[in-house]
Design a protein around this ligand. Structure first.
Ligand code: MG
Length: 335
């Protein structure tokens, strides 16, 4: 009844790692307010966009959806700062990166049936999770590890590139929305953005909900039109890319800069992130000193895997709130 990619999608949705995205930070800590986006909501929003774009381009919407739902599975608690801290703690032990961790989760860590193949997803979906840099020595499945980098990139399906673009469209527009809701991004400043002005001109209103919806619509239509042309131009030597046109690329770059200055690096966000990162380090150090404190299924791995990787997998899998609930020995206060 299902295609291979529909089966991938269903296995991802039924995984524990996917359920945990509900309590992982997008920008504002997931527990700060019920209407801010968690990574699960973000993943669902990206999936819906990627499915729409893939359908419009006569590509494979099921593959796009599966990749989108899985694209953030490997994120540790406390977002990109949490990722950097874990990578720092894993120096000399194979490092940490959320994309690579996502592949590790679906291949190794989600081993519900104990058959050693994790969620047993298709190669297309697994390769699609491996965008970006992979730290030297990061433990991936042999078939992904053996693949030379270049060939791996060429084997990335166009659906994976579409998910990447939709990820950006989703987080830019939704972070702007969350930032304004949180009272951290000023609406009069957001109104200066090129894309906001375009959307306002097209809708004839300054109402943020309507404008934000139109901004997404502008970017998605541009992505479809540009990628359609790229697909027509592509051949075996030059695989197609999914891209925004130059005007939309400039407008999104402006938005990213704006959000960096007004939201991502705002003191309220930074304070929560720094506390979270210190908790990551304190928990890592405490469990390294006392591995008996690990849950049994992680302790069992100690016989054949390095302690640091087990700690990294365990902590990366934690939700923000689970991490903060960990009781630590009195000596391990914040740095
Ligand atoms: Mg994302």
């Amino acid at each position: 009844m299902r295609t291979a990619f529909q089966r991938d999608r269903d296995r991802i949705i039924h995984s524990r790692a996917f359920r945990r995205l509900q309590h992982k930070t997008q920008v504002l800590a997931a527990f700060e307010g019920d209407h801010f986006r968690s990574r699960m909501i973000h993943s669902l929003e990206v999936a819906q966009m990627a499915r729409g774009v893939a359908t419009a381009l006569h590509l494979n919407p099921d593959l796009a959806e599966a990749v989108a739902l899985a694209h953030d599975l490997g994120h540790p608690p406390f977002g990109h700062m949490g990722e950097e801290r874990l990578n720092h703690l894993m120096t000399g032990h194979g490092g940490f990166r959320h994309n690579a961790q996502g592949a590790r989760i679906v291949d190794v860590l989600e081993d519900r049936y104990g058959h050693g193949f994790g969620l047993n997803l298709t190669l297309a979906t697994r390769c699609s999770l491996l965008k970006g840099k992979i730290p030297e020595g990061f433990p991936l499945s042999d078939d992904l590890l053996d693949e030379p980098r270049v060939r791996r990139r060429h084997r990335l399906p166009i659906e994976a590139l579409i998910v990447d673009r939709c990820d950006k469209i989703a987080y830019l527009c939704h972070d702007l929305d969350d930032g304004m809701r949180a009272g951290m991004v000023r609406r009069d400043e957001a109104r200066e953005l090129t894309l906001w002005q375009q959307a306002r001109d097209r809708t004839g209103t300054d109402d943020p909900s309507r404008v934000l919806s139109e901004m997404i619509s502008i970017l998605i239509h541009d992505l479809v039109a540009e990628t359609d042309q790229a697909l027509a131009r592509a051949d075996a030597d030059a695989p197609p890319r999914a891209e925004q046109g130059s005007a939309c690329a400039a407008a999104t770059a402006e938005m990213l800069e704006f959000l960096r200055a007004n939201f991502y690096r705002a003191e309220r966000v930074m304070v929560a992130m720094r506390q979270g990162c210190d908790r990551i380090e304190a928990t890592f150090d405490a469990l390294r000193a006392e591995p008996a404190g690990l849950p049994e299924r992680h302790r069992e791995r100690l016989e054949h895997e390095p302690l640091e990787r087990i700690l990294c997998d365990y902590i990366a899998g934690m939700t923000d709130r689970f991490l903060l609930q960990q009781s630590l020995p009195p000596s391990s206060g914040p740095r």
